[in-house]
Design a protein around this ligand. Structure first.
Ligand code: F6R
Length: 366
């Protein structure tokens, strides 16, 4: 059942090309010009009535929400708030009938997320679930559901559910932007072609497997690690840090590139591993400056860049390239090396990869 892999987590990392393909499925028109959601069947007036969007989720799904915020705000120009479900439900929120509440949940059973959804509905919000489990409590509670088709995720650490959540979020953002006329047709097409190519591109990333294994062996016994990124890469950094902490028990922190100097730069000293993401063209130079700041303090830096942006290699100790892709596609690729790093770090430390301590697959208690 592990398909020849040693752990479910590794199998599920390798399931991602198929999971992504099954998730975009019939949501891209044949000429690649339109995002389609026959299960929603919205018209322009449906989008016009939405003045703000609220995304609520927990853990990895919350990180998918942070990326989805960037997608929706960039492509459909609708303001989005992302809230941790357990915070939202007790926050006396400013939700009303002009709000679209999107809940993201792999299991569809997370109790905090379900309660947040009920609260948003009570306040008059329209609701949409993005979930991986057909007929789950969250899909039954939401007005409408978009399914991810990652297949069963057995490993506690979420991998393929996350990447499919990003695909669903990106397709939905394109859908909104096409319905409200805010999205340029050429950009829409570029993104949809990019989504269509994702399965093959993810396959090519598996080539970094040996590199990640080697980094994990080298750095797997350090006590701390830092993940840096700007813009969408910051959200990916948060997910990378969570994966590493969750299964290898190495303390990791994610920082927005520009924020480190306002906080814990003092913790960056000789030999501290820093994983620096630099896939976002509009902030690439700024990210290089941030990499120089940590290199000046003798951190060991693993840079994640896009093929063609070879500049990064001059500033870091090791470079991992993801295939060149549209900036909205990049996070779906960039997370894969981080998943592998966490996996091999856990192996190096002899941790139980698929069943990390104190964590359940589906958290149905508050
Ligand atoms: C992390 C992880 C958890 C879940 C969180 C939400 O790898 O698995 O952080 O993402 O408990 O679970 P769902 O998505 O089922 O609501």
């Amino acid at each position: 059942e592990k398909g020849g892999y040693e752990h479910f987590m590794l199998k599920e990392i390798h399931d991602q090309p198929k999971a992504v393909r099954d998730t975009f499925g019939t949501h891209i028109s044949e000429d690649m010009s339109q995002a389609l959601f026959s299960e929603l069947n919205w018209e322009a007036s449906d989008v016009d009535s939405i003045k703000n969007i609220l995304i609520v989720a927990c853990g990895t799904a919350y990180h998918a929400g942070l990326v989805t915020k960037k997608y929706i705000e960039s492509l459909a120009r609708i303001p989005v708030n992302v809230e941790i479900a357990s915070e939202y439900r007790y926050s006396n929120p400013l939700t009303d009938s002009s709000t679209l509440c999107i809940v993201i949940s792999q299991s569809g059973e997370t109790s905090d997320t379900l309660a947040a959804l009920k609260e948003a509905k009570r306040l008059g919000a329209r609701s949409l679930a993005i979930t991986n489990v057909v007929g789950s409590s969250i899909s039954r509670e939401a007005d409408q559901t978009v399914y991810t088709w990652a297949g069963p995720e057995i490993s506690v650490a979420s991998t393929k559910a996350y990447t499919t959540q990003l695909v669903a979020g990106l397709l939905f953002a394109v859908y909104l932007g096409q319905l409200n006329g805010k999205l340029d047709a050429a950009l829409a097409k570029d993104i949809l072609i990019g989504i269509h190519e994702l399965p093959e591109l993810i396959h090519t990333i598996f080539e970094v497997d040996e590199d990640m294994k080697a980094f994990a062996k080298h750095y797997g016994f350090k006590t701390d690690a830092f993940f840096l990124g700007r813009s969408i890469d910051y959200a990916v950094a948060m997910e990378g840090a969570l994966k590493l902490k969750e299964i290898s028990y190495i303390h990791a922190e994610a920082y927005a590139g520009g924020e480190l100097k306002h906080g814990t730069l003092a913790l960056i000293e000789e030999g501290v591993p820093v994983i620096a993401l630099a896939t976002q063209e509009d902030v690439f130079d700024k990210m290089i400056s941030n990499i120089r700041e940590v290199k000046a303090r003798e951190a060991v830096v693993i840079g994640i860049g896009m093929k063609g942006d070879e500049e990064i290699a001059k500033h870091v100790d090791h470079t991992i390239y993801i295939p060149r892709a549209n900036k909205f596609i990049a996070p779906i690729l960039a997370v894969v090396p981080l998943q592998l790093l966490a996996y091999y770090a856990a192996i190096t430390r002899g941790a139980d990869v698929d069943k990390p301590r104190n964590l359940a697959k589906s958290v149905t208690v508050e």
